[in-house]
Design a protein around this ligand. Structure first.
Ligand code: C5P
Length: 304
């Protein structure tokens, strides 16, 4: 047995998320701009005695609601990585969760990406970058991006990645809701709302790419867009009050993150972000308000 490996992994938001029609396999083709923001889960992998298999312990807000068996994507990630590497899956996982659960910030996918990066470090020369990307896309549509981080265009179901030329750094206010939303339920609601409407092929707007190239926060704020927002608001109408509050407080732009219910607001700088965060907290509409910088790196081994 070797020593433990510690991996840190960020949350993601979608600066834009354009959703095409439902595919025969149940997924939707999307065109999105993924952006990694500085809220982190910490995943520690420790080699365990022969035959003990995968175990997981989680610490953090509401983690008791998460499964500890194969229903947990981090557990599935160990099994897949072990099978690919030709190793037994005797690994003990400890996950310190700070990314909101079922919040639309890819918290589960982030943990899976961290596990893949951690297994590659635990078992040297057994998992190359291609294998990691392949395993990541088997695990979930957002997992490949979380291996990379930064800012990237995602197409296909989100797993086909293209780097984006971006400069500058941004400050976000992250408004976390009490209860999560299920990603499949939000996609299904979008399909329901779109019945009889023409659905165009997914695309990324040029304005958004220009704002990123220029590192222009004001322009970026105006370009934020999420096709899933309508469906998240339909399932959770109270989110519209959160979005309104962020706008009234002078944010440069605000959207539901991914499938929600987390809402994210772009601000001018740290001070502006803290002002908006305080303002949102006093509305009582959201339970937890956080400040996060972006862009940040994807899953990184920090010790091991
Ligand atoms: O890929 P992942 O397991 O994260 O996706 C969760 C669910 O979200 C899928 O089962 C599907 O219902 C929905 N989804 C989708 N189209 C995508 C990504 C996710 O319909 N591009």
């Amino acid at each position: 047995m070797g020593s433990e490996v510690r991996v840190t992994v960020p949350a993601k938001i979608n600066l834009s998320l354009s959703v095409g029609p439902r595919r025969p396999d149940g997924y939707h083709d999307i065109a999105t701009v993924f952006h990694a923001v500085g809220i982190y889960d910490d995943v520690t992998l420790t080699p365990a005695p022969d035959g003990s298999g995968v175990t997981v312990r989680m610490v953090g807000d509401a983690t008791e609601q998460l499964p500890t068996d194969d229903g947990n994507i981090a557990v599935r990630a160990v099994r897949l990585a072990a099978a690919r590497a030709g190793r037994p899956d005797d690994v003990q996982l400890e996950i310190a969760k700070a990314i909101p659960i079922a919040g639309g910030m890819a918290g589960g996918s982030a943990d899976a990406a961290a596990v893949l990066a951690g297994c590659a470090a635990l078992w040297p020369n057994s998992l190359d970058a291609t294998a990691l990307h392949d395993l990541a896309s088997q695990l979930g549509s957002d997992v490949p991006f979380l291996l990379e981080g930064g800012t990237m265009i995602g197409t296909g179901r989100g797993e086909v990645l293209t780097p984006v030329l971006a400069q500058g750094g941004f400050h976000w206010v992250i408004a976390v809701s009490d209860a999560g939303l299920s990603t499949p339920a939000v996609y299904a609601e979008l399909d329901r709302l779109r019945e009889g409407r023409e659905v165009r092929p997914p695309a990324v707007a040029d304005d958004l790419l220009r704002a990123l190239r220029g590192g222009d926060a004001r322009a970026l704020g105006r370009c934020l867009h999420n096709d899933l927002q309508e469906a998240a608001l339909s399932l959770r109408p109270s989110l519209s009050r959160v979005l309104e509050a962020g706008s009234d407080l002078g944010s440069l732009g605000g959207i539901v993150s991914g499938s929600g219910p987390t809402c994210v607001f772009l601000s001018r700088d740290r001070e502006h972000a803290l002002d908006i965060a305080v303002g949102l907290t006093t509305t009582g509409l959201v339970r937890v308000v956080r400040h996060a910088i972006s862009p940040v790196e994807g899953a990184r081994v920090i010790a091991g």
